[in-house]
Design a protein around this ligand. Sequence first.
Ligand SMILES: *Cc1c(COP(=O)(O)O)cnc(C)c1O
Length: 403
Amino acid sequence: MTLSAELIATEQRLGAHNYKPLDVVLTRGEGVHVWDSEGKQYLDCLSAYSAVNQGHCHPRILAALTEQASKLTLTSRAFRNDQLAPFYEEIAALTGSHKVLPMNSGAEAVETAIKAVRKWGYETRGIPEDKAEIIVCANNFHGRTLSIVSFSTDPDARRNFGPFTSGFSIVPFGDEKSFEAAINPNTVAALIEPIQGEAGVIIPPPGYFRRVRELCTQHDITLILDEIQTGLGRTGKLLAEEHENIEADVTLVGKALSGGFYPVSAVLSNSEVLGVLKPGQHGSTFGGNPLACAVARAALKVLVEEDMIGNAERMGARFLNGLGSIRSNMIKEVRGRGLMLAVELDPDVGGARPYCYALKEKGLLAKDTHENTIRFAPPLIIDEKQVDWALEQIEAVLTGPIS
Ligand SMILES: *Cc1c(COP(=O)(O)O)cnc(C)c1O
């Protein structure tokens, strides 16, 4: 039995089976590459769902982590720490935000935004108690907490987890008429992903977000963009909203905010929404801790200083172009923006999972999503040669027989 096989057997025996990972056990990562416990090298084309945009174990983020870890890690927000203010300053300057609320996981940032925007609706819009409504989109992914799965349309995310949180109105993604029709006097917010990542990299039609933005402004609705996956360079812009030429009122970031070292998320607010929260009304023991802030500051710094966002745009174009020129009757559609890419296979092919295993054999790790789609989202530091190598492996797997 290989070491990997032993570790997998133990995981299966002792762990809850709430994931079905590809059977590869990773022990080391550096840049765009990871290595398994038998020493085999892979090109990582998932980047931990875009948490590792800066590449694995980025040396400058690592240095910030170890330096801060040896000084001060956690104070709780009962006291102040010297990393929080500079983190606020730097992320606010970078994103043009007026207020910041730091949390840990992405789901916590989403929960925070929902709480704040409801309170804002009652206190400033005068919405009757418990009547606030938030418009969300079908096939959304915003996390796994109960309130969040309350407005999921994925049966697996919801089945037997009720009773659910009410106050959400679900409309089709990319359909401005349905969005407009869902608005009523109790609508406080819209919560939308700029590109639906987990749904399979679904890009909305041009003009959709412009119209959504207009409608939100017109009806005094807070537009919350969940940029936890699309943000921080993934699509070739700092925030994906820039592709749409709009600005959200509230932006959620997470994942790559720490370069994969540590869970750090934040609610960024352009409006007065976060101002409604008063002491004691919301918080988190670890939110805004000095270690998280130091890591996030370094993660943002390298993203900008090492031109990872520009690289994502250039390498994304090359990758998308390459995927588009693969001639294979297995491919139904190729989609992408920046380095957030997907190949949707023909449903007759019988699912994307076997192709992910075939790619793994060739040394490329990618993840299937929604049965027939393979997502490609390498770290933003990928270079031309690595993109071309990835394309060769993908072409071989999608044009040849798989074992
Ligand atoms: C990953 C993700 C989340 C949830 O983040 P967690 O850190 O897993 O809680 C929320 N929204 C989007 C768009 C995501 O991709």
